[in-house]
Design a protein around this ligand. Structure first.
Ligand code: ADP
Ligand code: MG
Length: 584
């Protein structure tokens, strides 16, 4: 008996649909991408019950004529590429011609579309039935998707909680909105406004629309350009740090993509500004000559690679700190002062994907007029040269808990300075100069032999030895499973050379850090920490003042080498406000 037969077309479509449409958020993403590809300037998205029962996407894009409208639901039907050659120059978000066919295979779909030329079309699809009728001529497309996965119960069962599915929708829409500031995107979930962007082609404004005013106020504009690539966007200051990497958003040629190496480079670039377990908030637009981008035709892959990625990464590591340092980075301990203005719809994706430490109650159904106007935005735009006037000399007046220096600024405010963090910063910059400018080496005072397991020994490749040599540590094999330290930096003399050597080897061996500038940064931070005065150490007023003066002479007085704040400021206004004296 024959056992092989060709699958019924509907069943085949349902199976294929699983690859493109995993969850309601995938429907939203595919439909919104289609609207963007169709040159929409404004897109309205609605979802009910986390997208399970209803999703609609309405746009003012090109629309479709009758025949295109019908064809669009066929698998591999696309207007976006013609041949293989086109595949290498894709500028549109879609190109596989699979989304509409997939969605129609697993839900009930209504499309109303018109190219504004003859008469509009309404198409209703349910299972195998397709009903076509005339519709108004308004140019654009509306697609409604009902009862998603109604005929694939297994898929339906695998959906997560409403909360998680809703978060995924908001996340997908946020990413699309950030990659397309020139499109006004509005999202309602269960009739509540969740997100709304202005579409004025201003990334800073779009970030504010999505993440709120506090975020918008703590950004630094970033821009670099080489013949091969151009990078523009915003770097979050320390206040916006999170406990996960989801706040690092990269768009490549208008497409939100995941670039693992670029992400690592960005994290490394922030090394000096954030604590080890914190990750930056960053939104960057990369424009790269399309010929350099690796073509990636896998349907679900968000991951992209391109040649010259190393050049880009080095550039990021080198320039991000410069941009950050060009700003006043005194830690702002008062997120609440931004709250009255915080009228934008804040996605509640915050709790799952993003770690917003300054979350306030989700604001729902915000009337249109309450969205910030351009005039408000200009005022907070980080590009506006807001460099502070030169600071008054800061005088230490007391030591608190043998840990913090209480200082006056001569303008009615005060500062708290963490003495250990301050000393670390001072030493860090000192060692940085020594390590970078004149790395003198010497033989260790006491012979140092370090034992390792055989697997560790075999992990010591040339790259790792080189990385260690770049920070003045030269090793030589000694017996079967040991190394002898032949050289250490001269400056370890004053401190503890063994601690320096072992902690650097640990970095390189266990954490696999071999990027030379990263190894150097780690080396310097390690020494700075070990050599610095600690908390719980009594300092005389004179010693306190030396520390404060030295701190303000450093290039980045605002954070310790591990990125924690060194200084917290309370200005006169804030103090008066706390005592409710404002307006007196
Ligand atoms: P792809 O986007 O990969 O081409 P889709 O299945 O998502 O495949 O869409 C098929 C085709 O339908 C598109 O190529 C486009 O021509 C048309 N289309 C889909 N959505 C819209 C829309 N909102 N406005 C205009 N045309 C659309
Ligand atoms: Mg598409």
């Amino acid at each position: 008996m024959n056992k092989i037969h060709v699958l019924d077309i509907n069943l085949a479509n349902q199976i294929a649909a699983g690859e493109v449409i995993e969850r309601p958020a995938s429907v939203v993403k595919e439909l919104v991408e289609n609207s963007i590809d169709a040159h929409a300037k404004s897109i309205l998205i609605k979802a009910d019950n986390a997208g399970r029962t209803f999703i609609s996407v309405e746009d003012d894009g090109d629309g479709m004529g009758r025949l295109d409208a019908k064809t669009s639901f066929l698998r591999h039907a696309t207007s976006k590429i013609y041949d293989q050659f086109d595949l290498f120059r894709i500028k549109t978000l879609g190109f596989r011609g699979e989304a509409l066919a997939s969605i129609a295979a697993i839900s009930q779909v209504k499309m109303i579309t018109s190219d504004g030329e003859v008469v509009g079309s309404e198409i209703n699809i349910s299972g195998e039935d397709m009903l076509i009728s005339d519709a108004p001529l308004r140019k654009g497309t509306l697609i409604e998707v009902r009862e998603l996965f109604y005929n694939t119960p297994a898929r339906l069962k695998y959906l997560k909680s409403d909360y998680t599915e809703t978060s995924a929708i908001i996340d997908a829409v946020s990413r699309l909105a950030l990659a397309h500031s020139d499109v006004a995107i509005t999202l309602f979930i269960d009739d509540k406004l969740r997100l709304k962007t202005s579409g004025r082609a201003n990334l800073h404004e779009t970030i504010m629309n999505i993440y709120g005013v506090f975020t918008a106020k703590h950004l630094v504009a970033y821009k670099i350009e080489t013949p091969d690539f151009k990078v523009t966007g915003y770097l979050g200051k320390g206040e916006l740090a999170r406990s996960n990497r989801y706040g690092i958003i990269t768009n490549l040629n208008g497409r939100n993509v995941y670039m693992p190496k670029v992400q690592t480079a960005i994290i490394n670039a922030y090394h000096d500004f954030l604590a080890d377990t914190r990750y930056p908030f960053v939104v960057l637009d990369l424009e790269i000559e399309p010929g350099l981008v690796d073509v990636n035709v896998h349907p679900s892959k968000r991951e992209v690679r391109f040649s010259k990625e190393n050049e880009l990464n080095e550039m990021l590591i080198r320039t991000i700190p410069t941009f950050l340092l060009d700003q006043d980075l005194i830690f702002d301990p008062h997120p609440e002062k931004y709250q009255p203005q915080e009228v934008v719809a804040r996605p509640y994706v915050e709790q799952t994907q993003f770690d917003f430490s300054h979350k306030n109650s989700a604001i729902e159904n915000v009337p249109q007029e309450q969205f910030l106007k351009m005039s408000d935005i200009v005022e907070i735009a980080p590009e506006a040269e807001v460099r502070q006037k030169p600071r008054q000399r800061i005088t230490s007046i007391a030591q608190l808990n043998l840990t913090y220096l209480v200082c006056e600024d001569g303008e009615g405010g005060f500062y708290l300075i963490d003495q250990h963090a301050a000393a670390e910063r001072i030493n860090y910059e000192k060692f940085q100069t020594e390590l970078n400018l004149n790395l003198k080496v010497k033989r260790p005072l006491i012979p140092l032999v370090l034992d390792y397991s055989l697997s560790e020994i075999s992990a010591f490749d040339e790259e790792k030895l080189q990385a260690l040599a770049s920070v003045g540590i030269v090793l030589e094999p000694f017996g079967n499973s040991s190394f002898r330290v032949v050289e250490v930096p001269l400056w370890t003399e004053e401190y503890d050379e063994k601690i320096y050597v072992t902690s650097m080897i640990e970095q390189v061996l266990q954490n696999g850090v071999t990027n030379q500038s990263q190894v150097r940064t780690d080396a310097i931070a390690t020494m700075a920490c070990k050599a610095s005065i600690k908390a719980n150490m009594r300092l005389s007023i004179a010693e306190q003042q030396i520390l404060v003066d030295m701190l303000f002479k450093t290039k980045n007085p605002y954070t310790c080498p591990h990125g924690r704040p060194t200084i917290i400021q309370f200005n006169k206004y804030q103090i008066e406000k706390m005592f409710k004296r404002t307006g007196v």
